[in-house]
Ligand binder design. Structure first.
Ligand SMILES: Cc1cc2nc3c(=O)[nH]c(=O)nc-3n(C[C@H](O)[C@H](O)[C@H](O)COP(=O)(O)OP(=O)(O)OC[C@H]3O[C@@H](n4cnc5c(N)ncnc54)[C@H](O)[C@@H]3O)c2cc1C
Length: 468
């Protein structure tokens, strides 16, 4: 864990723009290094009732996020508000359920592996991160302060308060953690050879809430991420510690099952009756909630480099906004914090920001691109394949391989979610595993022999000798 005593250096005056999940964590980590940190957030204080977090109500936190929280010394506090999720439960149209544990089976096929993801409320986590970092005397938050411009020559920010009054302030360095529509990044797009691209998914999402039973109990298994895969679209239900489930439909905007067409009570009722009939008794006011709640879009951004000289650095969604289908947006943003911090630790001079930021871009840009690719692929897997018998057979074979060849076969999901393997390496390993799995699945009689890896030993041998 990073502690202040480890870092003795001349304190700098640093700015963090955006007090979301990444900015508030990074502010704490910078203060622990001895710096004075000024955090500017355009919204009001998340600890006040008026705060609207926007976007998803809850998030899946996994190993990459935990590692950064551990490093900042606040993992225990976060554990208090986190709900463990041990498996996926798939809901078919005929009411049958299929369970897929996140952990891997042991040698006798029992799932006693404690691996799980954790559901956390975005608002509670954000509040906690602000609160924990603000306990630090060197961290000062200013809410209702919107960054409207940045002067690269003087490393100064123009900040606008809620009444429209502007002031300019100079810093030693500025960290842009201001999300997918980053003002800090926007300024960098007007510098020479800065690459930037933005695109929207043709699918959007809508959230509705499943409330607990009258006696406060969950209406479905509380330790599962529930998925209703329906081909081009899907419904997902993630539990919250208060007994509710946040249910999210991800679907195309246009077309026969498009979100745009679901704008009347009759249309919504027909849609749920056909595709998610088991949900209707669990959310009696589903149509009213649907019509009242906004439909939200999903944006993806990529840029390069993630820094400017030794003065400006982009982190979290400001550097890499991705689609949410691997549950890795926040986790990868938190991993930016732990990687940047570890880079600072590894420098001969802990204040060598030019080298640190250069290495940070070199290390993290390929990871950001890879997790976007992985997340896009996982959308197809979740909505289209999780209910497919061939996919379920593949999962069983993979689990068997992971058990029989420990350390040699780690399923892609585990590499992304439960390891710290760089995302680009996980993506590459996953592509290789796909090729091997295709060969295994094309073997005659595989449905009967899936639990006898010795029958596809030759394919694995070829894999080991690098010829597949
Ligand atoms: C539907 C959905 C589900 C998701 N589920 C998951 C999940 O399960 N797991 C996961 O890991 N990730 C998930 N994500 C992704 C996750 O929400 C983001 O990756 C994460 O919020 C990024 O954190 P951030 O701090 O970089 O940006 P943000 O959380 O967007 O925070 C940016 C902050 O900057 C502030 N700001 C913006 N502009 C300015 C400005 N000009 N001046 C001052 N302040 C400014 C904003 O108000 C905000 O507070 C999901 C995303 C969506 C949309």
């Amino acid at each position: 864990m990073t502690t202040e005593t480890q870092h003795s250096l001349a304190p700098e005056k640093l700015a963090v723009v955006g007090a979301g999940l990444v900015g508030s964590l990074w502010a704490l980590m910078l203060a622990q290094r001895g710096h004075h940190v000024h955090v500017f957030e355009r919204r009001s204080d998340p600890r006040k009732g008026t705060y609207k977090g926007g976007r998803s109500i809850n998030l899946a936190l996994s190993d990459r996020g935990w590692r950064a929280l551990e490093k900042a010394g606040i993992a225990d506090a976060v554990r208090e508000i986190a709900l463990p999720i041990t498996h996926r439960t798939m809901h078919s149209t005929n009411d049958s359920l299929t369970h897929q544990p996140y952990g891997l089976p042991n040698a006798v096929g029992k799932f006693d592996d404690p691996q799980c993801i954790y559901s956390v409320s975005r608002a509670l986590l954000n509040r906690l991160l602000v609160q924990e970092s603000e306990k630090h005397s060197r961290v000062v938050y200013q809410f209702d302060r919107k960054c409207t411009d940045l002067d690269l020559d003087t490393t100064s920010l123009t900040l606008e308060d809620e009444k429209g009054a502007k002031h300019t302030e100079a810093f030693d360095r500025i960290f842009g953690t201001d999300g997918a529509f980053s003002a800090v990044r926007d300024r960098l797009t007007r510098t020479d050879r800065f690459d930037f691209s933005q695109r929207y998914l043709t699918h959007g999402y809508k959230e509705i809430e499943m409330r607990p039973t009258a006696d406060g109990q969950f209406k479905m298994e509380a330790d599962a991420l529930h998925i209703w895969p329906r081909g081009e679209f899907m419904l997902m239900g993630l539990p919250n510690p208060d007994g509710t489930f946040t249910c999210t439909v991800f679907a195309p905007y246009d077309g026969p099952n498009g979100l745009n067409g679901l704008d009347t009570e009759d249309a919504v009722t027909a849609y749920f009756s056909i595709h998610f009939p088991d949900v209707i008794p669990l959310i009696p006011d589903f149509a009213a909630q649907w019509l009242a709640n906004p439909t939200s879009s999903l944006v993806m951004t990529q840029c390069y480099p993630w820094h400017h000289g030794d003065a400006i650095c982009l982190m979290g969604d400001a550097a890499h906004a991705i689609v949410p289908f691997y549950g890795q947006g926040m986790n990868s943003g938190m991993e930016d914090c732990s990687v940047l911090s570890e880079l600072l630790d590894s420098m001969d001079s802990p204040q060598d920001w030019a080298k640190t930021m250069q290495h940070y871009t070199e290390l993290r840009k390929p990871s950001g691109d890879a997790i976007l690719e992985l997340a896009l692929r996982n959308y197809i897997e979740m909505r289209d394949k999780t209910g497919d018998p061939a996919f379920l057979l593949r999962k069983k074979i993979e689990a068997k391989l992971a058990t029989n060849y420990p350390g040699r076969w780690l399923p892609l999901y585990s590499q992304v979610t439960f390891s710290h393997t760089p995302y680009e390496e996980a993506l590459e390993a996953g592509q290789r595993q796909d090729r091997i799995m295709e060969k295994i699945l094309s073997q005659e009689g595989i449905e009967a022999n899936w639990d006898r890896p010795e029958t596809f030993e030759s394919i694995l041998d070829a894999w080991e000798s690098q010829s597949v």
